[in-house]
Write a protein that binds this ligand. Structure first.
Ligand code: PMV
Length: 362
């Protein structure tokens, strides 16, 4: 048995524009997905998903998920979760040159699904790390990021940037511009996240922005203006002292202003929603330095900057906000929680385990 975890992320700046080659700055946050992988003696893959903001389910399938399991949970959620895990399994098999490897996989995550916090990237990154280690191969975080990107790219029909997967694998603040991915220094930023309990359809939202951009020059200009904001935001971070205990007020104030600007442009591109806007305004009125939606939009999460408790309290009383929490910058990306060699007892236990067949929903 091997256990790995990887963090979710917020976009400080640049979602959507990153799809068109503009830079983006995502920051990993301390909400993690944890994936437990045990190699099997056959080529089956058995997946158990828990705490994914959907009902727990357990399914088993042979070799690949080509034969979709018949389980009693909403099909799109199963499809989505299984698609990412399937792609991660394929990448791990490729990386370890073990095309017939089978696994028992358990996924746990405290990152809301599809809500702009990079839940799928974190699951894919942690899954590839645990599965390759289980097969005796140790990949560097950058290699994990590459395989995870290939997995997301496949599941999202080519509509994925490298931002989520690179950020989750490396941790901290990162800068992504096309294929150029780097880690950057950032002081600790006081993120407060508001979640409306919903999720946006990333594919449809990306297609919507693409269509607007193709139809109107001013929409294309809006996308490049997001890029300008990102570049200015990056300069601010580069000038800041990464070892400071707290980010100075002037930095937060300027970053916040740029976040507000970025949100306005995303709103203009049609990817905000009433609940996201209402949480953004609640945060600003509570005294946050700035607030914006994070991720694809349409529903899900906003991110704001506020070192005081005010924004979190205000969000909790905001209609449409289901959860509000503080999230520290996660300086560590993917990490092994239980390495394979630590599991002599687990091996013995598995040898006595019964064979499960078919699908059982929990
Ligand atoms: O909602 P998320 O966390 O999957 O972020 C999507 C971000 C986009 O820029 C809209 C798409 C992408 O792949 O970068």
């Amino acid at each position: 048995m091997t256990v790995s975890s990887a963090p979710g992320k917020v976009y400080l700046f640049g979602e959507h524009a990153v799809v068109y080659g503009e830079p983006a700055v995502p920051c990993a946050v301390e909400r993690r997905a944890t994936v437990t992988v045990s190699a099997r003696d056959d080529d089956h893959v058995r997946v158990r998903a828990e705490d994914l903001s959907l009902n727990g389910f357990t399914v088993e399938y042979r070799g690949s998920t080509g034969d979709r399991p018949d389980v009693d949970v909403p099909a799109p959620l199963v499809e989505a979760a299984m698609g990412y895990i399937d792609a991660a399994v394929d990448q791990a098999r490729d990386a370890a040159d073990a095309p017939d490897a089978g696994f028992d996989i358990t996924v746990e995550s405290d990152i809301p699904l599809g809500a702009g916090l990079g839940s799928s990237a974190a699951v894919v990154v942690a899954g590839i790390d645990a599965a390759t280690r289980e097969l005796g191969v140790e990949l560097a975080p950058r290699e994990i990021a590459e395989h995870a990107y290939q997995a997301e790219h496949e599941v999202q029909d080519g509509q994925a940037s490298r931002a989520d997967t690179f950020c989750s694998a490396m941790g901290g603040a990162v800068r992504v511009e096309g294929d150029d991915c780097r880690t950057i220094d950032a002081p600790p930023l006081p993120f407060v996240i508001g979640f409306d309990g919903g999720a946006g359809d990333t594919g449809a939202l990306v297609s919507g922005v693409r269509a607007l951009r193709e139809e109107y020059d001013f929409a294309a200009d809006t996308v490049s203006t997001v890029g300008d904001i990102v570049r200015r935001g990056e300069e601010l971070l580069a000038e800041a002292d990464p070892d400071a205990d707290d980010a100075p007020e002037e930095l937060l104030s300027e970053l916040g202003r740029f976040m507000n600007f970025n949100h306005g442009l995303l709103e203009a591109l049609g990817v905000s929603s009433r609940s996201l806007d209402s949480m953004v305004w609640a945060a600003r009125e509570a005294g946050a330095y700035g607030a914006k939606l994070t991720g694809a939009g349409g529903g899900g999460c906003i991110v704001s900057l506020d070192p005081t408790p005010e924004t979190q309290t205000a969000l909790r009383f905001t209609p449409g906000c289901e959860d509000a929490f503080r999230a520290e910058l996660a300086t560590e990306g993917v990490r092994v929680e239980v390495p394979p060699e630590a599991d002599a007892e687990g091996e013995a236990e598995r040898a006595g385990d019964g064979e499960h067949t078919g699908a059982d929903s929990a």
